[in-house]
Design a protein around this ligand. Sequence first.
Ligand code: ZN
Length: 573
Amino acid sequence: MAVSYKPKLKNIKFQDLTDQIRFLSSEGKIWLGEQRMLLMAVSAMGAFRREMVNSMGIARAKGFFLRLGYQSGLKDAELARKLRPHCDEMDIFLAGPQLHALKGMVNVTPIQVDIDQETGDFYAEMEWIDSFEVEICQTELGQMDEPACWALLGYACAYTSSFMGREIIFRETSCRGCGDEKCIIVGKPAEQWDDAEEFARYFKADPIIEELYDLQSQVSSLRSSLEKQQGQYYGIGQSASYNKVCKMIDKAALGKVSVLLLGETGVGKEVIARSVHLRSERADRPFVAVNCAAIPPDLIESELFGVEKGAFTGANQSRPGRFERADKGTIFLDEVVELTPRAQASLLRVLQEGELERVGDNRTRSVNVRIITATNESLAEAVEAGKFRADLYYRLNVFPVQIPPLRERLEDLPLLTEHFLRKFEAEYNKHTLGLSDKALELCLRYRWPGNIRELENVIERGVILTDNNESISQDALFAVFRNSEFQQASPQPSEFIDDAGQVVSGDLQQEGSAHWAESIINNNISLDEVEETLMRRAMSQASQNVSEAARLLGLTRPALAYRLKKAGIPQKN
Ligand SMILES: [Zn+2]
């Protein structure tokens, strides 16, 4: 039976609804029928809404509150059916607006309501008076550009759709939240709205994480093009060892040969990798850099090779991996030794067949990517230890390039320093007079375990701590300055900087060697004892890492291992 009239809410009983509310303060609960409710300050909701709008933008925040109201509308439709089973359909329907009022959200005044549950016809026009969302706009957000009663609207849509058993959409045709005189809503079946589909999009949860992923990759490509313009220190240096590297890079750049970059941390492997890319015919295609050690092992496969929707919890959408993004360009895999066995197998397949499968997919996709890898650790050792596939190692090791540590090309340090000074002076809008002579001298004596990256950090610190038009002192460069009284002492003892970046004093420079040799001889210390003491000291300094200790002593690893064994010094692994 069709019902059409102008109902007055005031004339309809509320009692059955208010009876459903129970405050059980001893239990810390409020109930409405079988729903647990919250009594919440509108101002708290307002602050929350402001934060949502500011952090997600209006469209996303609107969708969020529409869906919030939608959930609540569905629950109340269920309650209304339960409470008024024998009433006429108008009375059942009006439980919705009444509940809205009961919850303190809005005072609903129906203007026109036509319901026919048999044919599914529906039309409603109502006025919302004192909407809590209008109040929030007035106190927290200021006037909006479009109707602002989002949660109320979501509620009306859900409640009525559930009541009618078909999709009913309400729209606010005018709203006080955007400066209109009244909040008026109109509800009709979805197909009677021209833009129903567009509106329905608000009701689809829309995980922000996918967009963040996209933005992340945009940021990294923007960053790399920025670095391309400024931070490139390929070509900075005149030392023989660095020139040798540059020549090798030039040779490798053309073609598609896989390049393996070797060297300590901070020597600038990513910059070199980018140089290979920029000098190749792929230069105008993407360059994608991935630090394999920075991605959790259980995500590395999907990150590199992509994922199909539903492959695992959290994979809400299909997404290409870094390899697909690098198609026709170059991918740079730093710390490649960290790849999981499965990721190693997939990488081998890309190298051999030029194809990959996304995680959770069985479709094969072709990719044309040039692969540059890098590692601080020895890949050969990782193969020996069973951590890295031998067949993959041979594929990656076609063109290895050893990048020298900064301490082996200290003659390049002044040029690099100059480069970083220019960069940070621009960044911090400062003008310094450069390094003091003493500071430069200390830099040239420092071992630079963190290499160029460490130099960059040290120079940045120096620029920050130095006033305009002053020289950068040694104190500004290095964090801890021990034995500052030595500065006045005379004759000057040598000062050097240890691996922790601290200035310490000592007699270890050449002029001191005669002194300690003499004291060894005078104390009857044998050569074997000297050797053993040195090896123990180096091992402890290198945290028992034989390769590192060998480097400290200027030996090859096998040579040191042999001597350690001979001297009976235990070595792990
Ligand atoms: Zn409104």
